[in-house]
Design a protein around this ligand. Structure first.
Ligand code: HEC
Length: 150
């Protein structure tokens, strides 16, 4: 029993030493939580812009395909985030207006590794925006058609 305790304590000690050794490297700021500050820079006009294909029933599915083609390599297969890019299911993304996300895709954050997507046709960028906005949900609800009240 005492031996186990002693082992545990020495392990803890070793971990602390390691943590101290690593600190100067990790302390550079690269490991900080992503702040999504770029989204707050969208001009009002861009922010308020309406999605012209809002009612498009295929928008989300098309957006998902585009995402797999263009975005998954950095942001992960379902936008969960990866080594190269932050998660896209974060609250900051989900609270952003469609216009803000469209603006971000159009302009990128080039100096920090997020490419510009202005070469994709506008409709495709809106489809991507529609897909991004489903990432907050655990289960996709886009497959359940809403019956219109008559
Ligand atoms: C080469 C890697 C790469 C690819 C490909 C990529 N991204 Fe990003 N993306 C990034 C990085 C890095 C950031 C973080 C930028 C920053 O620090 O603001 C980012 C940020 C974002 C953000 C959040 C903006 C913010 O403030 O951080 C969104 C939304 C986004 N990407 C969507 C997409 C979509 C949609 C695609 C596909 C069309 C895509 N990204 C493709 C690297 C990538």
């Amino acid at each position: 029993m005492r031996a186990t305790l002693a082992l545990a304590i020495s392990l803890l000690g070793a971990t602390l030493v390691l943590a101290q050794v690593e600190q100067p490297v990790a302390g550079k700021g690269s490991e900080q939580r992503h702040d999504y500050a770029e989204l707050s820079k969208a001009p009002d006009k861009a922010r308020m812009r309406r999605n012209p294909i809002e009612g498009d029933a295929n928008g989300v599915a098309a957006g998902r395909k585009l995402f797999e083609q263009h975005c998954a390599e950095c942001h992960g297969a379902t936008g969960e985030g990866g080594k190269k890019a932050p998660s896209l299911s974060a609250r900051e993304i989900q609270e952003a207006t469609p216009g803000t996300l469209f603006w971000l895709l159009t302009n990128g954050v080039v100096r920090r590794g997020m490419p510009v997507w202005s070469k994709l046709p506008e409709a495709q960028r809106w489809q991507l925006v529609m897909y991004l906005r489903t990432l907050r949900m655990e289960t996709p609800t886009d497959s359940t058609p809403k019956t219109e009240a008559k």
